[in-house]
Design a binder for this molecule. Structure first.
Ligand SMILES: Nc1ncnc2c1ncn2[C@@H]1O[C@H](COP(=O)(O)OP(=O)(O)O)[C@@H](O)[C@H]1O
Ligand SMILES: [Mg+2]
Length: 152
């Protein structure tokens, strides 16, 4: 499934729509956000986290690696692996302990093994003045979720 996102507002709306499409209890869901610098990964993540009820800032996890949010729909862990260079480093950020919440991962390609643990791969591309996003379900439950999203 692919969506064209004409502008920033469309990316934000899609982040909100993605959250709505997921079950109420987000625990254990892992979403991978792939795309070049400026493709809109953080824009999507910010919209998703705010739609889940967070009202403050959504700082970049580039240096902290993980920014945790404790929200009505459960924990959301915004993870940025840009500075990670191997799977081994995942334990420094306590990756395994983040399974009580929803893991939203930027730069997942830094730890390719994550694909086997993820539910959905979201791939952003530059397209004209806007972006496109490919939604690739990796688990059966994610297939059900992505089936509720309509291409444009
Ligand atoms: N669909 C879109 N079309 C055009 N510009 C967009 C779109 N979505 C987001 N943007 C803009 O592109 C930039 C994306 O930045 P950011 O979300 O930080 O990207 P990343 O985290 O992938 O590096 C922001 O300036 C944002 O306003
Ligand atoms: Mg980013």
């Amino acid at each position: 499934m692919k969506r064209y996102l004409a502008d920033e507002a469309a990316t934000i709306a899609f982040g909100e729509e993605m959250l709505d499409a997921l079950p109420d209890d987000l625990a254990g869901w892992t979403l991978l956000l792939t795309g070049d610098l400026g493709a809109g990964k953080s824009t999507f993540a910010r919209a998703f986290i705010k739609a889940a009820g967070h009202t403050g800032a959504v700082p970049s996890p580039t240096y902290t690696l993980v920014e945790p949010y404790d929200l009505p729909r459960g924990h959301i862990y915004h993870v940025d692996l840009y500075r990670v260079s191997s799977e081994d480093e995942l334990r420094y950020l306590g990756w395994n302990e983040l399974d009580n919440g929803c893991r939203l991962v930027e730069w997942p390609d830094r730890a390719p093994g994550l694909t086997s643990q993820a539910d959905l791969s979201l791939v952003l591309h530059y397209e004209g003045d806007g972006r496109s996003i490919e939604i690739v379900p990796l688990t059966d439950r994610a297939k059900k979720v992505s089936a509720t999203l309509i291409p444009n």
